[in-house]
Design a protein around this ligand. Structure first.
Ligand code: ERO
Length: 310
């Protein structure tokens, strides 16, 4: 019988599925629902130093093929998530959970990471280099110079397992340039991809979300081909010690199978989780296991990264 069990470094997960940051992860009550589902782990909402209300409502909208959001980083502040994660380390020592964070400036990012470094938190950390929805602030990882400077400053003091959440790239030269930078650092993983930034969805002549004149991050079915291309491009280019989390357009077991074929060790679910709720993880595990059983694969390592070229 196939299993969707996976690992990233020494962290073991009973399933390769988890939420994508931003969905079912704002507070303890949402995170508990993911813990009690068939997901392998969770990641928190990206935390900033202080609590944030985020952008004006409406700021999230579902469509037939996906979603658009311009949440604007609403979160309860780093101390809230760190405290909960440290509590879970005591109550569920056999499990590991991810903390997502980013500062509103490089200085704030350093304050956050130093806080994490000095804390007793032992889990993996996802640095969000790709928020598309902060008015006036570009997505960090689209600026290669800033990204390289930030990572070199961080790794001077940060010794815990740190990964980066990346925006989608759309050009082969950008895959090459980004991978060259990430390979210079002891990154624990990269997560491909965040939402496709600054899309526009229209209904009855109106924008569907209020912030930024209707512009927002696109998720769901629309983005699977872009997500798969990013997972595979980085799988081919990154040092093998840098694991890949695949995110984007995962609605069923086949979508997850494809992410893993492209090189993902773990698969995150955003829009489909928002639409269906945490019960989705049971269905996703069953669908992926059934594909693996049909093909004779016992573990995800049997086919991870083994995309065939015609
Ligand atoms: O607006 C947000 O809070 C947000 N939405 C996304 O699609 N991706 C993000 O990374 C993000 C905020 C960090």
């Amino acid at each position: 019988m196939a299993t969707t069990h996976t690992h990233i470094g020494n962290y073991e997960f009973k399933s390769c599925f988890m939420n994508a940051a931003g969905v079912y992860c704002y507070d303890r009550s949402e995170l508990e629902k993911v813990i009690n589902s068939e997901a392998g782990t969770f990641v928190t909402k990206t935390a900033t130093l202080n609590k944030r209300e985020g952008n004006p409502l409406p700021r999230y909208y579902d469509t037939e093929l996906g979603s658009i959001n311009s949440m604007g980083l609403p979160n309860l502040g780093i101390d809230y998530y760190l405290e909960y994660l440290i509590e879970l380390q005591e109550t569920m020592p056999e499990r590991s959970f991810f903390l997502s964070l980013v500062g509103m400036s490089p200085e704030e990012t350093h304050i956050l990471l130093k806080k994490v470094q000095e804390s007793s938190f032992k889990g993996p950390i996802e640095l969000n280099l790709s928020c598309p929805n902060l008015p006036g602030k570009p997505q960090i990882a689209y600026d290669f110079e800033t990204t390289e400077i930030l990572l070199s400053e961080i790794f001077e003091y940060f010794k815990k397992p740190l990964g980066a959440k990346l925006p989608p790239y759309f050009d082969i030269v950008h895959f090459d340039q980004a991978a060259k930078i990430f390979n210079k650092f002891p990154l624990f993983f990269v997560n491909c991809v965040n939402s496709i930034g600054n899309g526009l969805i229209i209904k009855d002549e109106y924008t569907v979300i209020k912030p930024k004149n209707g512009f927002g991050g696109i998720g769901g079915e629309y983005i699977k081909p872009t997500a798969l291309a990013n997972v595979h491009a980085f799988y081919q280019r990154l040092n093998s010690s840098i694991r890949i989390i695949g995110t984007g357009g995962v609605l069923n077991g086949k979508d997850a199978f494809e992410h893993i074929l492209c090189g993902a060790s773990m698969v995150q679910v955003g829009t489909a989780l928002q639409k269906e709720g945490p019960e989705i993880f049971k269905r996703l595990n069953e669908e992926l296991e059934s594909i693996m059983n049909e093909k004779g694969y016992k573990t995800i390592e049997d086919f991870r990264g083994k995309l065939k070229m015609i």
